[in-house]
Ligand binder design. Structure first.
Ligand SMILES: NC(=O)c1ccc[n+]([C@@H]2O[C@H](COP(=O)([O-])OP(=O)(O)OC[C@H]3O[C@@H](n4cnc5c(N)ncnc54)[C@H](O)[C@@H]3O)[C@@H](O)[C@H]2O)c1
Length: 348
């Protein structure tokens, strides 16, 4: 039985508590929130779970094996570090930390102490992303051309981070999982209108072999859109995460280009075949993710979304911040850790 302490019971915390509570082999031992009002909500939903307003009670408790950090981004580093130093495994919200130095330090502490870090890159555990990875891995899409995502809605404005740090970690972690090569460079532009943090931003990520990604994130959109296009040499797909059924549609469309012998002009032919919507598994992603965390602790294996995966995402976010301050200048990324390959991915 893994005894879990959860810090932060605001908007996202209840989802984490609910999933650790229902998964076999895990028990929510205690929940901490600075706000008595939030703990009142916890008491109503789970009268048997202990609560505290002091996070030290969780990080130093001998009755807790793992700590979930579900607080605002600027607090992740301190809380995760304290938990690791007290010998606890850590499940930490996205984005992992506020900068790469913090992420590297946490990874080092965890390695020295033989502890697990899992960063909540929830989308990796959705049926849609697992299906897309399958389609890429089995060659259905062919060599990839691009990843193009629109993730916009009205709010929720965050107080400590801009819209890129809030919404783009989803796409960056998905791309990091789907694409076989590591990102090489980032460029971003954005503008703030209300609270001093960019509330609309456009990010471009450059990958080897001419693969390009674009992410449009916006807290000032009148409508919610969650649509991603992935273009491949053989097929192209549209993933609309707001669709209840048929989230993914695969189009047998493409362009073939040949050069006519002895003639300089190109022959371009457009291919327009069938469209189909594959079956997408409907299990709640957080449940699978929490089970994966449990299994990694019990079997001493490395999580698919470990601290290093979290660091890669923070590195791209940090580069985006630099680029925004220079009006979109291209920022090159250093270091290319290898692609995450894990038993979970193989079963996807
Ligand atoms: N994975 C996802 O899809 C997803 C979705 C939403 C939010 N998040 C992440 O979850 C984290 C929390 O976001 P949120 O929207 O729930 O924020 P929130 O502000 O709604 O809730 C945070 C809670 O943490 C509490 N808190 C802050 N510092 C604390 C401390 N030191 N000790 C105890 N309690 C403390 C606050 O009182 C608040 O109730 C963020 O990192 C965010 O990026 C992830």
């Amino acid at each position: 039985m893994i005894r879990v302490g959860v810090i932060g019971y605001g908007y996202w915390g209840p989802n984490i508590v609910r999933n650790f509570h229902r998964v076999s082999g895990c028990k929510v031992e205690m929940v901490c929130d600075k706000s008595a009002e939030m703990l009142g909500r916890l008491a109503q939903a789970y009268p048997d779970i202990k609560s505290t307003t002091n996070c030290r009670e969780i990080v130093s408790s001998p009755d807790i094996d793992a700590v979930a950090v579900v607080t605002p981004v600027w607090t992740h580093y301190e809380l995760a570090k304290s938990a690791l130093e007290h010998g606890k495994h850590v499940f930490v919200e996205k984005p992992f930390t506020s900068d790469t130095a913090q992420a590297e330090e946490l990874i080092e502490i965890a390695e020295k102490k033989g502890l697990k870090i899992m960063v909540d890159h929830t989308f990796l555990f959705t049926g849609a992303v697992r299906k897309i990875r399958q389609l890429i891995d089995n060659g259905s899409l062919g060599n990839l051309y691009y990843y193009d995502s629109t993730r916009v809605n009205l709010g929720l404005f965050q107080h400590d981070v801009n819209v890129i740090w809030d919404l783009a970690p989803h796409d960056l972690s998905i791309m990091d999982y789907l694409l076989s090569e590591r990102a090489e460079a980032v460029s971003a532009t954005g503008q703030s209108h209300l609270n001093g943090h960019e509330d609309i931003a456009f990010m471009t990520v450059y990958f080897p072999n001419n693969v390009i990604a674009h992410i449009n994130v916006n807290w000032l959109s009148p409508v919610k859109v969650r649509t991603t296009l992935i273009g491949g040499e053989k097929k192209m797909l549209v993933w609309n995460d707001l669709e209840a059924d048929e989230k993914i549609k695969i189009y047998d469309k493409g362009v073939d280009v040949r050069t006519r012998e002895g003639v300089y002009d190109l022959l371009v032919s457009y291919r327009s075949g069938d469209m189909w919507a594959p079956q997408v598994e409907q299990v709640e992603a957080l449940k699978l993710e929490v089970e994966h965390f449990r299994d990694c602790i019990l079997n001493d294996t490395q999580p698919l979304n470990d601290g290093i995966a979290g660091l890669r995402v923070v590195r791209m976010l940090e580069a985006a911040t630099t680029s925004i301050s220079k009006k979109g200048e291209v920022v090159h990324l250093n270091g290319k850790p290898t692609r995450a390959v894990h038993a979970f991915a193989k079963h996807a």
